[in-house]
Write a new protein. Structure first.
Length: 298
């Protein structure tokens, strides 16, 4: 009761505003309170216009804060809200009803506690009984033997599995070694093939170079042959021309000499026959000039 009076005095200090509790350390709402008509008699309200801020709910919230402080528990805002919503309309009557219910629950709990105490006595007697102890020891020994057998079986299984694992590891190691050897052999073959491929490429390059050189030489020989053929044809043409010129010159000379011989014979004949007139003679210079003109034409 004194605690409630102290609590009331603590919150009344803030009578200038709403005194609805909002914290465990004496915090209150503090909102302004609507003015009361002086013509209306009665006590001035200590709470604001918030419909949840009433005297009954304030009592419930203060009780919740006080109980929480006594337990060393910090009251959350959710608990405060629940306390505001769950405040009883008749706290005294409801408190009496709750007390009766609690007493009934205490009687039930006492009956249950007596049953528990009797059971505890039976357990203590069983624990102190030598036969029970021997029976439990035998049970423990049987369970231990079963566990030992299971452990031995598990150990044998583990050893068997370990042996299989070692054999599997040995096989895998051998397979890895074989795979490594095969990979090394394959790498050697690949290297050898790369060397052979490089040599083949070099040979192909040399053959291509020789082919190009042969083609260039053939082109050069072909060009040289064509040039020689052209020169030969020109020489043949020149030879034919010279042969024709020589034939013409021989024909002209033969005609010239034939004419001269004829003239000489005619001169001799006339010389032997004084009655014949002398035929006209062609000067040698004219004959040579005609031959020269024929050569220049050819």
């Amino acid at each position: 009761m004194n605690q409630n009076q102290n609590s009331d005095r603590k919150f009344v200090e803030f009578a200038d505003g709403c005194v609805f509790p909002t914290g465990p350390d004496g915090q209150v709402c503090g909102h302004s309170i609507a003015a009361i008509d002086k013509s209306v008699s009665g006590r001035r309200s200590s709470y604001c216009d918030n419909p949840d801020h009433t005297r009954g709910k304030a009592f419930a919230v203060r009780r919740r804060y006080e109980l929480a402080a006594a337990r060393g528990h910090h009251t959350t805002q959710h608990e405060v809200t629940q306390a505001e919503k769950g405040v009883p309309e008749h706290p005294v009557t409801d408190g009496r009803t709750s007390l009766a219910a609690l007493l009934a629950r205490f009687e039930d709990s006492s009956t249950q506690l007596a049953t528990v105490v009797n059971r505890v006595i039976e357990v203590v007697r069983a624990v102190s009984d030598p036969d029970s102890l021997s029976y439990e020891v035998e049970q423990i020994q049987r369970e231990a033997a079963i566990q030992i057998a299971e452990a031995q079986h598990a150990q044998a299984t583990a050893e068997h599995d370990a042996g299989n694992a070692r054999q599997q590891a040995a096989r895998e190691a051998e397979q890895r070694a074989q795979a490594d050897d095969a990979a090394e052999h394959a790498l050697h073959q690949v290297h050898q093939m790369e060397v052979e491929l490089a040599e083949a490429r070099n040979a192909a390059n040399r053959a291509e170079a020789e082919k190009e050189a042969a083609q260039q030489a053939a082109e050069h020989d072909r060009a040289t042959t064509q040039a020689l053929q052209r020169q030969l044809e020109q020489q043949r043409h020149d030879l034919d021309t010279l042969r024709q010129q020589a034939q013409e010159e021989r024909a002209a000379l033969a005609q010239h000499y034939t004419k001269q011989v004829t003239e000489i014979l005619a001169t001799i004949h006339h010389a032997n026959d004084p009655t014949q007139a002398k035929p006209p003679t062609t000067p040698k210079s004219d004959t040579a000039a005609s031959v020269t003109r024929k050569k220049s034409k050819t």
